[in-house]
Design a protein around this ligand. Structure first.
Ligand SMILES: [Zn+2]
Length: 306
């Protein structure tokens, strides 16, 4: 990591203006905030994505044994809430995940009726998804990937967009693969979450030098607008540490933190039956409108073409 080649970003990647404040300074790397549009981004930043991700990134951060089915099942089951968000808008069709990692979410999407494809830069993760989870994966950098125009009904990116250099160009390319009535689902760390405000330059979501962009709901909407997309749905994580202090949240938190139990030697991929009823609408309203202030870690938005 020491000798990694970097470049300076002079103009704001979103609005192209060049007036910025340094909000965090890590010597070699700085996080800047655009005075015009409020977008926060890393500069200088590493030049090559391959250099960052092909070698030790996943080995260090997300090492996993192929035979550890309990852990694999746990990871797969963490995706239940997310697939419900997708099923609100699409029930089946062609599904692309960019940055599919070990394939846990793709496995859930596949079990719930989608015809799935993954793109993954790291060969160890791609191999795991293909061999252990039987998924179709393109083991490539997104820059070298091409799909037919308007092929996909759903394009999903979880904790991926913040890693992109030339975020607008890449997003435009990805959007060209989307059907006219398709949706793009994006999950990113929320730069305005409580943890970020509390921990400041120690906030783990900064992930220097891996995260090039630090999105907020406002800058995500701005990015969507540039690509001629609009945000049609928002979901948040709730900051458990803070919300534990609120009495009526305790039950909800306990339920979500319960240890999942699985058969130890087989894959257990959940099928989710989502029904848009009054209770689920009410829960979503409470979470995203009343508890928006307690948002933690990440924010999910769903976009479609204008
Ligand atoms: Zn800007």
């Amino acid at each position: 990591m020491k000798n990694i080649k970097t470049k300076n970003i002079i103009n704001c990647p979103l609005c192209k203006k060049n007036k910025t404040n340094i909000i965090y300074d890590f010597n070699k790397y700085k996080i800047l905030k655009c005075k015009n549009c409020g977008f926060c981004y890393l500069s200088p930043r590493p030049v090559s994505a391959e250099e960052l991700y092909k070698n030790d990134y996943f080995d260090e951060k997300y090492s996993l044994e192929k035979s550890d089915f309990q852990e694999i099942n746990k990871k797969i089951n963490e995706n239940k809430a997310m697939i419900k968000n997708v099923l609100k808008f699409k029930k089946n069709g062609e599904f692309l995940e960019i940055g599919s990692n070990y394939g846990f979410f793709l496995a859930v999407a596949s079990a719930n009726g989608f015809n799935t494809t993954g793109v993954e830069i790291n060969s160890r993760c791609a191999e795991f998804a293909e061999k252990v989870l039987n998924l179709k994966i393109v083991n490539e950098n997104i820059e070298n990937v091409n799909f037919p125009e308007k092929k996909f009904d759903v394009i999903f990116m979880s904790h991926v967009l913040e890693h992109f250099d030339n975020v607008i160009d890449k997003f435009k390319k990805i959007n060209s693969w989307l059907k006219d009535d398709g949706i793009i689902v994006i999950k990113v760390p929320d730069f305005e979450c409580l943890e970020s405000k509390r921990d400041k330059e120690k906030y783990r979501g900064l992930s220097v030098p891996y995260h090039y962009s630090h999105f907020t709901l406002k800058t995500l909407k701005k990015l969507a607008n540039i690509i001629s997309l609009k945000v049609i749905f928002i979901d948040i994580w709730i900051d458990y540490k803070v919300s534990e202090k609120i009495f009526f949240m305790k039950k909800l938190i306990k339920k979500q933190n319960e240890q999942l139990k699985f058969d130890s030697e087989k894959l257990n991929i959940p099928k989710v039956y989502y029904k848009e009823d009054f209770i689920s609408k009410l829960k979503h309203f409470i979470k995203t409108k009343l508890l928006f202030y307690f948002r933690g870690r990440s924010i999910t938005v769903i976009m479609k073409k204008k």
